[in-house]
Each structure stands twice: as C-alpha cells, then as structure tokens.
Design a binder for this molecule. Structure first.
Ligand SMILES: [Zn+2]
Length: 213
C-alpha cells in the first residue's frame, strides 16, 4: 500500500491506523536505508558513503535497498505500507518491477484529497510558545499570537514563518506539481483509491476502510 496526500492531510495518522488495522509492515525510505546501513549489506555500505557525505542517495541504489528489504519474509506474510516512496514516475515503475519479480501481489494507492483552502486553514492555525515550544491550534485551542502560553505561563505565543498562509500555499503548489504525475500514473493503471480527507481522522479512516473492503 502507498499513501499519497498533501501536507496537512493527516497522512501520518491514517498510516498508523492502516498499519494497525491490517498488520502491515510500515516502512519509510529513511528506515529502509538506515536499516541497510546498520546491517552492513553491500548496498547499505554504498548508500552510507553518500549519506556520510551529506549527498542524496541515487535512485538506483535506493531501489536496490528497497528490493532487498521487500524480499524479506515479513513483507510477503504481512504486506507493507510504503512511506515516502515512490516520489517519481521512474521510482513507481521500478517499484512495479520489484513487486512483480518478488510476486508481492496487488498494489493499492490511497490518495487522501483535501482542498487547498482547508489545508491552509489547518496548517496556518498552528501557534507555538516561544518558551516551552508547546504547539496549539487557533481553532481548537483559541490561542493566538501575543497571548501568554496556557501551558507554561511564562512564554508568549507566536506563529512560525513556515506556518504562514503564503508559505503553506507555496508548499502545496510544490506538492501538487511533484505528485500530480504520480497520481495520473496510478489512476491510469486503475490502482488509485481517492478518498475525501476533509473530515476528522476517524471519519477519514472509516471511509478508507470501506473503500478498501
Ligand atoms: Zn509555553
């Protein structure tokens, strides 16, 4: 299973719920790479050289490491939810090949859709304390810039520049640009399950389960 969705769509929460529901192995690209490095496999050692130098690990190497991980027994038995992979069409094609080679069965891609306006409202409502760094939400907690922190009382509430509406709109534009081709790719193959992510996390989880069943 692959989960797609913009920042603020609640992907992390849905991923945890799905992993629990189906007993899937939850793997992020970062986990897989760190695991290969820790196990000292040949590919892991090659990947480590890039990571130590602060360079991006090349696609072929990432795919090789993912292939090694997906070949392990737990994946065939439990299934897997991949986090942060694939990000490009080339990676999606490589994943399809790996799954066919390893006879891993069906792929399902869940796309959590939330309108940009809703995401901007969710994300731009985030407020933080400049002292204890507690996180609040304008809508949920009624805490806004300049207020005294309800948690530690000594700090003042502020909004991070990343959380301002223009910055969020920019992040969303980047997301749409990068992910749209992937969404089309899976849609054309009939593997995409589109889910409305505008409700509460529980609502969205119920919808995803109903659609998957
Ligand atoms: Zn505080």
């Amino acid at each position: 299973m692959i989960l797609l969705g913009p920042p603020g769509a609640g992907k992390g929460t849905q991923a945890s719920s799905l992993v629990a529901e189906y007993g899937l192995v939850h793997l992020s690209t970062g986990d897989i790479l760190r695991d290969a490095v820790a196990n000292g496999t040949e590919l892991g050692r090659q990947a480590r050289a890039y990571m130590d130098a602060g360079d991006l690990v090349p696609d072929e190497l990432v795919i090789g490491v993912i292939r090694e991980r997906l070949a392990r027994e737990d994946i065939g038995e439990q299934g897997v939810l991949l986090d942060g992979f694939p990000r490009t069409i080339a990676q999606a094609e490589a994943l399809g090949q790996v799954m066919a080679d390893l006879e891993l069965g069906e792929l399902v891609v869940v796309n959590i859709e939330v309108a940009d306006e809703v995401l901007i409202r969710r994300l731009s409502g985030r407020r933080m304390c400049d002292s204890c760094e507690a996180i609040f939400h304008l809508d949920r907690d009624g805490v806004d810039v300049g207020d005294a922190c309800p948690k530690c009382a000594s700090g003042k509430i502020y909004q991070r520049s990343d959380d301002q509406a223009e910055a969020i709109a920019e992040r969303l534009r980047t997301y749409h640009e990068k992910t749209a081709p992937l969404i089309d790719y899976y849609k054309h193959r009939g593997l995409l399950l589109e889910v409305d992510g505008s409700g509460t996390p529980e609502d969205v989880h119920r919808v995803v389960l109903a659609r998957l069943s």
